[in-house]
Design a binder for this molecule. Structure first.
Ligand code: MD6
Ligand code: FE
Length: 202
């Protein structure tokens, strides 16, 4: 689905990869996942509450608390993470062409004031696998920097249905979300933004 990707600092960005019905279908597929594994508010290793709420699907879920950033087989409540919906796996297959499927799907929810500071994704075992992200709901201003902290950055608005592939030389590039445009989409009944990040964690 969608047009050819645009490239920004080594990230491949598929604007409008998912059309409206596909986005709605994805939200419907996520509903039971969020019911089985409710969003929680993570705390950084230094004890700061993050502004996003998160949960996961797949064999492994990314978590953070006072013990550090890591992948865990269980939701903080002690239950297994639900399976990654097939519609989500199909996006991974479509944009990467890989046979290997991700074992982790992090689900981040951004309310009006949520953001994500510049970070690298580096808790995975093998950086040769890409990371794929799917945006749903309100627009988010995505900033991409460099493989070391600092330096010039470029920003691009990610809208509902956009898919980003971070791989190759860009796999360890710093990136983050500066802000969201709350209320810019009507996909989610209560507004806000969902970002899925798909990874081969282990
Ligand atoms: C977000 N995205 O879009 C945050 N990570 O809300 C990420 O942190 C991200 O978009 C790895 C690859 C693609 C991403
Ligand atoms: Fe990231």
């Amino acid at each position: 689905m969608g047009n050819a990707p645009v490239e920004l600092r080594g990230f491949r960005i598929w604007k409008g990869y998912l059309d409206g019905p596909a986005q709605a279908g994805l939200v419907a597929a996520l509903r039971p996942v969020l019911k089985a594994a409710p969003l929680f508010r993570p705390v950084t290793p230094r004890g700061q509450a993050m502004s996003v709420r998160m949960t996961s699907a797949g064999e492994l879920g990314w978590v953070t608390d006072r013990k550090g950033y890591r992948y865990e087989a269980l939701h903080p409540s002690g239950t297994s993470w639900p399976a990654i919906p097939d519609a989500v796996l199909a996006i991974w297959a479509g944009v990467t062409g890989l046979e290997r499927m991700p074992d982790s799907c992090l689900i981040n929810y951004y309310g009006a004031d949520a953001r994500m500071s510049l970070h690298q994704d580096k808790d995975e075992e093998d950086y040769s696998w890409p990371v794929v992200s799917v945006s749903l709901g309100d627009d988010g201003l995505f900033r991409i920097g460099n493989t070391t902290r600092g330096g010039k950055t470029d920003s691009i608005w990610l809208g509902s249905g956009d898919v980003v592939v971070m791989g190759g030389d860009a796999r360890l590039t710093y990136h983050g979300i500066d802000r969201i445009r709350f209320g810019s989409s009507r996909l989610l009944p209560k507004g806000g933004r969902i970002n899925l990040t798909l990874r081969v964690a282990s």
